[in-house]
Design a protein. Sequence first.
Length: 299
Amino acid sequence: MKVVPLGVDVRRYRPEASPFRLRTLKRFKFLFVGGTIARKGIDVLLNAYTRIFTAGDDVCLVIKDFGAGSFYKGQTAEGRIGQCQAPSGAPEIEYIQRSLTEEELAGLYTACDCLVHPYRGEGFGLPIAEAMASGLAVVVTNHGAALDFCDETTAFLVPARVRQFRERRVGSFETVGIPYWAEPDQEALQRLMRHIWELGPGSKATEAGVDGKSRESGSPFPRFSNQERSFEETRARILREQRCEEQADRDFRKLKPSLRKATRLLRTHVRQFLKNAPTEWWPKAVTEVVEKLVNGTSV
């Protein structure tokens, strides 16, 4: 069995895509793309945004909702977004519900400056990858799916803690174990968004990243400037892990029956330690560890 990760059409999602025409006249624009449901952290984003910005700030939060009339019907934050827009001193929010073409969606990314996606749980996070391919800075939860292609060099990471559900159930569906998701740190998100905005268009703040160090590109953001290389690196890592698995399977079949049981028990743990080791180290390393443990010697 082979696992093929999701990908992005970098011929369409690219920094040169013609920007989508927005209503806002604000210079700096944060962007959220996806269903406005609790799992994607829209409430965390709205709370953070409305607490640190006002109508007088040169900033707008653009929200592109998905599934409001179909798969997320009755679950979206449309009402909450309207409440955030209502007060006279509230920071600007531009809410988009209508369907966009692929070209319009690509232009929506380039019309904005930074994607913010403080999700609690994600399967992959395709809008994050699309935003990165479009040259945007991205703010994502430091937990879960997006970490397959986001790290401190390519994204702003929001600290999070794991929170378990009270019962073995998600909505109307019963689960085998206790479900859990990540709970993003809202105060940390507020600090990040304020920091990014201060480094944005027209800002007099120093052009430095989250760590305070200047970046080679001269941009204040850790952009996904070479998306093809970055996606290739992810693909190469996945292929290397697959080769490790295949080599370990071959080596396992060669072991004596007396060692197979011990190998099977330890294999998952050993794999975790050796996942970044060169492929050729795998068979020898696994065999040596198992033999030492079976013989009662120290590892």
